[in-house]
Ligand binder design. Structure first.
Ligand SMILES: *Cc1c(COP(=O)(O)O)cnc(C)c1O
Length: 497
């Protein structure tokens, strides 16, 4: 299997190269040249596989330049009970006769980013060797919260790598800050930036794009890489859990193998739902993919009209991981839906960067419409959905999952569709405890984070994840703040240490 760029026909690389470089040199994203197929008979057999076994099967279809042993190593290092607080890794929780919730948040940082970021470092370390690289890798991450922590947990103590995370000093939640400031591992560094997320992101991009810094790092024995969500190595592990969810529905007799399901995904950068699209194209029996957004509803409008227009107010919501106006992974969908028309994709992306806007051709719009549905809700609706789900099913969901549930409810009401549905659940409710408590508690809320956690435990009965409970007794290891144009000196310090 080779990988090509969404913006030209100049490159044809192995998966190791695509994973190592992250983004194609022409600015496009790497996509598989062909989407591999899985026969129905084989899908039937998935019901007897564990998550790790299934992961290896799916990954081997895409990472064909990795040996069997290499893939076994990657999977064994990621999807274990040492890392995930559930033997199932991604358990499916049945709500009622129609809908089940796929819990993707049992990993070390309590958000679905762990599903990919636990395995990406293993892919990357092997990619480095396979491509003949003799330097170590330095991963730089600018984060608004979830990605930074998940990347730190994924890369900590992984040999031949170092990771440095920059977060905006006032731009992350208290829990997120604590999660990062107490990070352990011998190869990690965490710095807060005196600025907002854009400042941190711009700072990191400036390092990646600076010839002099690249050479200096190289002299010290390092090559830069990135762990952000456009890396193919982050997308491919996400395909696995849609096959897994389907196989569990078959296993429990909810559906017969061959029946179609719908999938609802709370969406930001379009990575998670794109993975569901790949699963469908591979042969998983999926009817509709339902894209759920918060008030930053640029994708809802796009899927309904074919016009992508980011020229609108950025809303700060209680589902912050979906506060996004440019959904980078949509570029991959456009490539596939246009019949691999890289010229057209490039035109759209140029228009997006120059005018903040593009509209797709009618045949692309028709194709998208045949698969995707979309909807959105605001913060009040999100909280109302957390409350109604709690009251009706005695089940607590976080704000992001609630957006998906709300959009699913609207969809079924509007269409009368009774297809069995999987709702992707992307964060542990404890990670957004304040907003969740505002939805399900009548009393006044305490101030402190750990008091909020205790209260949520009392009301919901949900187990407090060990990684969050343990924060209380961990010491603050990182408390350096740097000026927003001083990131490189921090990186250099870290590399010479
Ligand atoms: C990152 C994230 C999302 C959005 O996922 P995309 O792949 O960017 O669409 C949704 N929910 C949570 C909790 C996240 O961390």
């Amino acid at each position: 299997m080779k990988y090509i760029s969404t913006r030209s026909d100049k490159y044809k690389v192995d998966s190791a190269e695509a994973i190592k470089t992250g983004i194609a040199p022409d600015g496009g994203l790497f996509v598989p040249e062909e989407i591999p197929q899985v026969a129905l008979g084989e899908i039937e057999g998935f019901a007897s596989l564990s998550y790790a076994e299934l992961a290896k099967k799916i990954l081997s279809l895409y990472l064909t330049d990795y040996t069997d042993e290499e893939l076994s190593d990657c999977v064994a290092g990621a999807y274990t009970s040492a890392k995930f607080e559930s033997d199932e890794i991604a358990p499916l929780h049945k709500l009622d006769g129609k809908a089940s919730v796929l819990e993707l948040w049992h990993g070390p940082t309590c958000a679905f980013k762990d599903m990919a970021l636990q395995i990406l470092p293993h892919f990357l370390v092997k990619a480095i060797k396979k491509t003949g690289e003799d330097r170590d890798v330095i991963i730089l991450v600018a984060t608004s919260g979830d990605t930074g922590k998940a990347a730190l947990e994924g890369f900590k103590d992984v040999k031949n790598t170092k990771i440095q995370v920059f977060y905006p000093v006032c731009g992350v939640s208290k829990i997120q800050k604590l999660q990062m400031a107490t990070q352990d591992g011998s190869n990690v560094s965490v710095i807060s930036v005196d600025g907002n997320f854009d400042d941190a992101q711009t700072g990191v991009k400036k390092i990646f794009g600076n010839e002099e810094y690249i050479n200096e790092a190289s002299d010290l024995g390092y090559v830069f890489s990135s762990a952000n969500s456009i890396n193919w190595g982050r997308l491919v592990p996400q395909i696995v859990y849609y096959f897994y969810a389907y196989s569990r529905l078959v296993k429990t007799g909810e559906i017969k193998c061959g029946d179609k399901i719908n999938i609802v995904v709370p969406t930001g950068n379009f990575g998670n739902i794109l993975a569901a699209y790949y699963a469908k194209e591979m042969g998983l029996c999926v009817d509709k993919l339902i894209c759920a957004s918060n008030q930053n509803n640029v994708l809802t409008d796009f899927i309904k009209t074919g016009v992508y227009d980011k020229n609108r107010k950025f809303e700060t919501t209680i589902s912050p991981s979906m506060d996004i106006l440019i959904s980078s992974n949509l570029e991959r969908l456009l490539f596939h839906m246009s019949g691999k028309n890289f010229r057209l994709v490039k035109e759209y992306m140029t228009s997006l960067s120059e005018n903040g806007k593009y509209s797709v051709d009618k045949d692309i719009f028709d194709k998208i419409s045949s698969v995707f549905r979309a909807g959105y809700c605001d913060d009040e609706e999100t909280k109302a959905t957390i409350k109604s789900t709690f009251e009706k099913y005695n089940y607590t969901i976080d704000t992001h999952t609630a957006v998906a549930k709300n959009v699913y409810d609207k969809y079924t009401k509007e269409t009368g569709d009774t297809t069995k549905t999987v709702i992707a659940s992307t964060a542990n409710p404890y990670k957004f405890n304040k907003a969740v408590l505002e939805a399900i508690s009548d009393g006044e809320l305490p101030e402190g984070e750990f008091e909020l956690i205790d209260l949520l435990h009392q009301i919901s009965g949900l187990d407090v994840p060990k990684s969050l409970a343990g924060l209380k007794s961990k010491f603050i290891r990182f408390n350096t703040t740097c000026a927003k144009d001083n990131l490189w000196s921090e990186t250099k310090k870290f590399l010479t240490k």
